[in-house]
Design a protein around this ligand. Structure first.
Ligand code: ADP
Length: 228
């Protein structure tokens, strides 16, 4: 029996190029999740050019992970602000060292993750997809030239801004980021498989977006509100 209410709080995992950010956006729109996206928060900090932005700029350009301590500061500042309910974490925890940080936030801010969701995509497929990826520098919406094109070529549907390719989407950096994922995500997923096996779900991401989204809804125990 499919319910129409997904878990209150979810963590989504997937290698760069798995489509996890597009899925997260759609889940946010359909089920009212607040997206907690550390990558987007970091890029925003770089754009603003403040102290944190300066400290993380080089890490991002290299495709390297930002130190756990800075991720903690970034999230802590967000948790102190309003609107942190019905959370969907996209990009956190990203290292095994960040797992206890999530535990700490759960205790301190009184929420509990109800599902750890992994979007499974092969490394080859992910690399191929990333070369077509585009992002809106104004609102952060993500597009793909083939699988999720904007209505007008290279222009954001939401605010008309010219789309950009992220500086960390070059081939060399893309390969490096895949390696970073393999090195860091596997131990995290293993940890949750051991500590919370009944909260872990996998979705086959090697399919067209609509099918992956349907699989994601199924994994969350809800009906896809707009089936293809
Ligand atoms: P993707 O999953 O496509 O790599 P993200 O937007 O999630 O993209 O992350 C972009 C970059 O931001 C990463 O390559 C890394 O440098 C940094 N980053 C994001 N989240 C974290 C995190 N939780 N810990 C450390 N670095 C992070």
């Amino acid at each position: 029996m499919v319910a129409n209410v997904p878990p209150d709080h979810v963590v989504i995992f997937g290698r760069p190029g798995s489509g996890k950010s597009s899925l997260a956006e759609r889940l946010g729109a359909d089920f009212g999740y607040t997206l907690v996206r550390t990558g987007e928060m970091l890029r925003d900090a770089v754009r603003k050019g403040g102290f944190l932005g300066k400290r993380v700029e080089n890490h991002l350009a290299r495709g390297d992970l930002v130190p756990d301590r800075l991720i903690f500061e970034l999230l802590e500042a967000n948790f102190r602000g309003p609107g942190m309910t019905h959370l969907l974490f996209d990009g956190f925890p990203r290292t095994i060292g960040q797992v206890p940080l999530l535990d700490q936030f759960e205790r301190r801010y009184g929420f509990q993750v109800g599902c750890y969701l992994e979007i499974d995509v092969s490394r080859e497929e992910a690399v191929a997809r990333m070369t077509g990826r585009r992002v809106c520098p104004t609102c952060g919406a993500t597009y793909h030239l083939i699988s999720k094109p904007p209505k007008v070529a290279e222009v954001c549907d939401k605010d008309g801004t010219r789309l950009e390719r992220r500086p960390d989407d070059t081939t060399e950096v893309v390969e490096f980021r895949q390696q970073v994922y393999d090195d860091h995500a596997v131990p995290i997923l293993r940890h949750y498989e051991q500590t919370s096996p009944n909260l872990c779900r996998h979705v086959n991401g090697n399919q067209p977006f609509a099918k992956v989204y349907a699989g994601t809804c199924e994994a969350l125990g809800v009906a896809d509100p707009s089936p293809a």
